[in-house]
Design a protein around this ligand. Structure first.
Ligand SMILES: [Zn+2]
Length: 465
């Protein structure tokens, strides 16, 4: 079919006499990919040993899938990647709203056309990205949206209600020969669930009381929050039974995976020649804030804390460093501890608080950030190794830091505070002022959180004593 695509049913018949169902097609492509050791789902991180084997198995079995997971667990991306298992394109009857298989036409218009034209029936080709129909379930999704409705224009032009060609097909029939994905399934009204079930199960349904029979060829994937899905009455039982497998997604199991996702998903923030460099300990802190939020009793764990909390806070903190860099004409933007607060609005927006905690979003995030800084600090330093720094502060040393200070301002501290340069050197290049300033702030704040230094905050300045 590569050289010249069949333009009519007759030409197609010279090549084949049958087209695979969507399930067969996905199975064959999966088997081919597995055979050639292709990396499946390349942009999904942390699912290699958990989610992906289940999805592979479901495709092999041709199963309808329900994906259960809290927000921000890449459920939508997982669904979109299913398209990779479809052929580049498939032949369909030209002009058919449901992409009829030319060997197996099911809609009335195509049946009429076929009777009239026979092997001259013209074909068109449907690319894979047009074979995924995705819908977010909300309470106002109607049967008309999902299944179809009688088209008043067609009625006006002489079609009768009994005439199937008077029907305007909804999203599910339009997913014929492809994938229909419905997100947040439990939000669908019960009446609509029943209609949806009938299409899936019986291949026949009613539109405005008019029975339609269409043996649709569709793979169904739905997603839901696990608690919504299991809570009584949210999903009608027959519909639940229609999903062959449940696949449970999850958040990254460890901080390095969270950071990997954060790096992959962060937008390119660079401006002209300015290089943005986020030290590893800062990335660690941002990811740890998200981890802390995921175990906080004050945060609703029912909704979960999306990886987008890490991604957006990463972007925000880069923005803060970039602004300073431009202001002072520095060559490199490196975020510091005092930039963390620029990330708080991004984090607050991703948290749903438990009732008792509402109203204290900012305090909560500050607390999560303090805990995260302390945890990451403890991973990098033993207090004994920083004894000379603490001693100098005990003897009257002081330091003032701020996200508003240029990096050069920190270089004195690096020279004057005994042991500081050695400590900074374990994290970054001490000769680069933007990097050194970030490391100095981390060390000072870590010592403060270890009860070794006093700290006063006024405006955007922090004074350590
Ligand atoms: Zn058709």
């Amino acid at each position: 079919m590569k050289d010249r695509k069949a333009a009519t049913l007759g030409e197609l018949k010279k090549i084949t006499n049958r087209l695979p169902s969507v399930r067969e097609e996905m199975q064959m492509n999966l088997i081919r990919k597995l055979g050639s050791n292709e990396h499946l789902f390349p942009d999904l991180i942390g699912f290699d040993d958990t989610v992906i084997p289940n999805i592979i198995n479901a495709i092999l079995c041709g199963h309808n899938i329900i994906i259960l997971g809290e927000r921000g667990q890449a459920k939508s991306r997982l669904i979109r990647r299913m398209v990779d298992f479809l052929d580049d394109e498939i032949p369909a009857v030209e002009g058919c709203p449901i992409n009829d298989n030319p060997f197996k036409v099911i809609c009335v218009d195509c049946k009429n056309k076929l009777a009239e034209m026979g092997d001259d029936l013209p074909l068109t080709y449907i690319p894979r990205d047009r074979r995924l129909v995705e819908k977010l379930a909300t309470s106002d999704v109607s049967t008309a949206d999902l299944i179809g409705e009688v088209d008043p224009i067609k009625i006006a032009s002489g079609k009768t209600l009994e005439d199937e060609s008077a029907i305007h097909f909804g999203l599910v029939p339009r997913a014929h020969r492809g994938i229909f994905a419905i997100n947040e399934l439990p939000d669908l009204a019960e009446k609509i669930q029943v209609a949806f079930f009938n299409v899936m199960e019986e291949n026949d349904f009613q539109i405005k009381g008019f029975p339609v029979r269409l043996p649709l060829d569709i793979l169904i994937i739905a997603s839901a929050n696990p608690e919504d899905y299991t809570s009584r009455g949210r999903i009608i039982t027959p519909l639940k039974d229609r999903f062959d497998v449940q696949v449970r997604t999850h958040y990254p199991k460890n901080r390095p995976l969270e950071i990997e996702i954060m790096e992959q998903e962060t937008r390119d923030m660079s401006v002209g020649e300015i290089k943005i460099d986020v030290p590893d300990f800062i990335k660690g802190i941002l990811a740890e804030i998200t981890f802390q939020a995921r175990s906080s009793p004050e945060v609703s764990q029912h909704s979960g804390v999306s990886c987008r909390a890490s991604i957006r806070s990463h972007e925000s903190i880069m923005g803060s460093a970039l602004r300073r860099c431009i202001e002072f004409g520095e060559s490199k933007a490196v975020p510091r501890i005092t930039d963390l607060e620029s990330a708080f609005p991004a984090i607050v927006g991703k948290l749903e608080l438990e009732y008792e905690a509402t109203g204290n979003e900012n305090e909560l995030v500050e607390d999560l950030a303090r805990r995260a800084v302390k945890i990451v600090f403890d991973e990098h330093f033993n207090l004994e190794d920083l004894a000379s720094i603490v001693e100098s502060f005990d003897n009257g040393m002081g330091a003032e830091v701020s996200q508003l200070f240029p990096a050069e301002d920190y270089m004195d501290g690096l020279r004057v505070i005994p042991g500081m340069k050695a400590a900074v050197e374990t994290l970054v290049n001490p000769d680069s002022p933007p990097e050194a300033s970030a490391a100095i702030e981390f060390i000072l704040e870590g010592l403060h959180l270890s009860n070794k230094l006093n700290r006063e905050i006024s405006d955007k300045r922090r004074v350590y004593k």
